[in-house]
Design a protein around this ligand. Structure first.
Ligand SMILES: NC(=O)c1ccc[n+]([C@@H]2O[C@H](COP(=O)([O-])OP(=O)(O)OC[C@H]3O[C@@H](n4cnc5c(N)ncnc54)[C@H](O)[C@@H]3O)[C@@H](O)[C@H]2O)c1
Length: 254
């Protein structure tokens, strides 16, 4: 973190829940201040209470550019600087590719890829004017694997990995590092609701994960924190898999 009197400021899309909220907790514990950007005021209020009122929340829909711009404008006006961005807004909507609607497919790309781009683009002048900074985008094991019934999600996450690499090169001269994390399966509201809807069975996932379990959100937050602090000062354009070994598993023998 930068050595100045004001704590470093992080903006987190999807910050009211799951991985984003857990990163906010980690960032605050490390001495930073956090601004959560998420869809609704009631969920932001609950998240901010969970953070002992040490964060600020702004209602932002990453599919709406005006709301993204307004969220970052408020950071310029209130916090006056920006040091780290985490793009964690996302949804999962599995279904067969043979009859996916244009609307569903495009919505997924809009939230994940264009939403991430909108957030990065709006954050850029604040990061640059604060002397550089970091962006961490949420990819997934879905960025580098074929997953039946998840065409829009895998396409979106692969797109996020590509966007991450390009921004890392393009914004390096401004001292902005851009990385992504690729979680395996994590216990959050997203996976809990898929299990409840019968769209995800955790037994085969555990069986095919070398570490044999889902991740806790804090384990993903710690990797994002590493990529958001000077501990990773020479890492940029990287997709860090945090997946319990899932995507390197070559054990076809038992
Ligand atoms: N949970 C997992 O197993 C897992 C695995 C790999 C990647 N991811 C990715 O991590 C990110 C966070 O997921 P999570 O598990 O913490 O989910 P979550 O549902 O707990 O949190 C996601 C948050 O994003 C917000 N959000 C959704 N659409 C939004 C929009 N249009 N604008 C602003 N905010 C919006 C939601 O309100 C919610 O607070 C997502 O990008 C997800 O795809 C999750």
């Amino acid at each position: 973190m930068k050595r100045n009197r004001q704590p470093p400021v992080a903006a987190i899309t999807g910050g009211a829940s799951g991985i984003g909220l857990e990163f906010a907790r980690r960032w605050i514990a490390g001495g930073g201040s956090a601004v959560l950007l998420d869809l609704s005021q009631p969920t932001l209020d609950i998240a901010i209470a969970e953070l002992d009122y040490k964060a600020r929340g702004v209602v932002v829909d990453v599919t709406d550019n005006a709301s993204v711009l307004a969220g970052y404008r408020s950071i310029g006006e209130i916090e006056g600087r920006l040091d780290a961005v985490v793009n964690s807004a996302g949804i999962a909507r599995p279904g067969p590719s043979s009859n996916v609607s244009d609307e569903d497919f495009t919505l997924m790309l809009d939230i994940h890829i264009t939403g991430t781009m909108r957030s990065c683009r709006a954050a850029y002048p604040l990061l640059r004017d604060s002397g550089g900074g970091t962006i961490v985008n949420l990819a997934s094991v879905a960025a580098i694997s074929g997953m039946p019934g998840r065409a829009s999600y895998t396409t979106a996450k692969a797109g996020i990995a590509g966007l991450t690499r390009t921004l890392a090169v393009e914004w390096a001269p401004e001292g902005i590092r851009v990385n992504a994390v690729g979680p395996g399966y994590v216990r959050t509201a997203m996976t809990d609701s898929l299990v409840a809807e019968g769209k995800l069975d955790d037994a085969p996932i555990k069986a095919r994960t070398p570490l044999g379990r889902f991740a806790e959100p804090a384990e993903i937050a710690e990797a994002i924190y590493f990529l958001s602090t000077p501990s990773s000062s020479y890492v940029s354009g990287h997709l860090l898999m945090v997946d319990g070994g899932m995507t390197v598993d070559g054990n076809w023998f038992q």
